[in-house]
Design a protein around this ligand. Sequence first.
Ligand SMILES: C[S@@+](CC[C@H](N)C(=O)[O-])C[C@H]1O[C@@H](n2cnc3c(N)ncnc32)[C@H](O)[C@@H]1O
Length: 388
Amino acid sequence: MTDNLDLHQQAQLQRMQAHLQAVLAGQGGWLGFARYMDEALYAPGLGYYSAGARKLGAGGDFTTAPELSPLFGGCVARQCEQVLRTLGGGDVLELGAGSGRLAFDVLQALAQADSLPQRYLILEVSADLRQRQQELLATLPAALADRVQWLDAPPAQGWRGVLLANEVLDALPCDCFVMGADGQVLERGVTLDTAGALVWQSRPATASLAAEVLRLQSQLPQPLEAGYASELCLRAGPWVAAVTAQLQAGVALFIDYGLPRAQYYQPARDGGTLRCHWRQRAHDDPLWLPGLQDITAWVDFTRVAEAADDCGLQVLGFTTQMGFLLGTGIETLIAAAPEGVARTRRLTEARELLMPEAMGESFKVIALGRNWHTPLTGFAVQDLLERL
Ligand SMILES: C[S@@+](CC[C@H](N)C(=O)[O-])C[C@H]1O[C@@H](n2cnc3c(N)ncnc32)[C@H](O)[C@@H]1O
């Protein structure tokens, strides 16, 4: 499986394997999955987001909505425009800005709408993606590029405006569990087999993980059966709280693939939702090529709504990507494209963004607000709030 790695990738993989062996040795030979995912994605200089793989777009591992079409950024910009106009100005804070494409499209659209933010802040954990963002955004006119600032941590001072996070929640390390025969909760983790290969191994869950699995089970229409395996993201709540802590007035939009809790933990979804991305192929083996492939899990949007409650944010809306793009007027953006090849291209892209069997339904948008009282345009066509 690994024979088509280039020399640089082979060396990175070997260093990551040595790193994981050392971490495992220091932890008694076993790591909970969240810790493993943390190392595989974020170990300094070695993890997928810390080392220099190309990741997004052509020649990378996966393609996100902003990479697919400027229609996505155009629609997001319309939602930003409503918030910035209502507030009489403010900032945009984007988390995990990838190649910088969303920032590029949003800033251009907001300039055209004469509604530029005072600052466009980017919080990015990946050094090489930050560099890619800097290169792309430097090609914008100075009046736009000068507004962009990179942060190393969530804002320390109060700010007003819009927070954007597209496909970031799915990258937070999640905990994997499996239900035992006697109703006991087991935590799934990794160890090394006798040949030194990474393999799954389950252990009795920590008290906090077991309590959380039992809490979410109590909210489901039926108990989870013995052998049922899935994941949950204990870090999501503290992360949402941290990134929104200084938002004094405005809206936070989290866009990702995911489901409300009752659907996430349906019996049919036994096995969970871990997805790995390698050279535009998706599969479900996170132990393969640690550090070289992306690892993600779908988002339990009920958990995001609970996190909002816990940190004094209001859940303003929840919809599918299709609902959000229709609400923010994707048809008018398509119609504005010059007739001919450009319009045809936009129509093809819109199909991919909107169709239920493509990105339209699996991706959802949740809006959280603080000191915000106006209905949001992105949720005017469809709001699924009651499903959370
Ligand atoms: C799947 S990519 C999505 C990129 C971009 N938002 C897009 O839609 O094209 C995930 C992004 O989140 C960043 N990221 C991962 N974990 C993060 C964290 N804890 N805080 C901020 N950014 C993070 C990654 O470096 C990357 O830029």
